[in-house]
Design a binder for this molecule. Sequence first.
Ligand code: SAM
Length: 208
Amino acid sequence: MVNRKRSMCSSGWLQKHFKDQYVKAAHRQKLRSRSWFKLDAINRMDALFSTGMTVIDLGSAPGGWTLYVKNKIGRTGRIVACDILSMCNISGVNFLQGDCSNPNIFKILCTWLGQKQVNVVLSDMSPNTTGISIIDVSRSIYLGNLALNICRSVLMRRGTFLVKVFQGKGLDKYLCDVHSLFNIVRIRKPDASRSHSREVYIVAKERK
Ligand SMILES: C[S@@+](CC[C@H](N)C(=O)[O-])C[C@H]1O[C@@H](n2cnc3c(N)ncnc32)[C@H](O)[C@@H]1O
């Protein structure tokens, strides 16, 4: 009974997914993910990127954001991307497969950056969701904290941070922590982010 209910839910999800205008547009434009539209909307509002920047992309697979950033920062820019999952190669991008909470993975990431100053840290990392909001929110905030710690270690002064987190218990404290590291903090919910989804994006600028 439970399994039948679950499979009905997932087939309903699939139907909705394929009707979604952003899924269709991503398919038409041969983009790697519908998340591309979220980053595009945020970037139009907050102007995150410019030519020659160095960017870290956490939770990068399948690579929608990575390709978006690559186009914005051009040949002189540098991207280091990281995900637990594998990602098809993008020329000019250093991709590291691993869990960014693993100190060894972080060490490699730093080695790849060398002496480069990091202008922007992006995190679109999502936990595997359980449907139990208290668990999903706390896992999302945990990932947000990982990304914030990476900012503390490598993001240059006046640098920018964009992070996805789920709304719920712990978000207020997380926002305070972001505020303590950045002068400007804004919350964004782009159109491509499903209205029933708990996710929001925090844009933090001017690292102190
Ligand atoms: C929504 S997807 C990212 C989509 C991507 N921004 C794009 O446009 O293609 C979230 C990703 O976060 C990754 N992720 C979750 N926890 C992670 C961790 N601890 N370290 C690295 N990646 C992680 C997942 O494997 C998943 O691929």
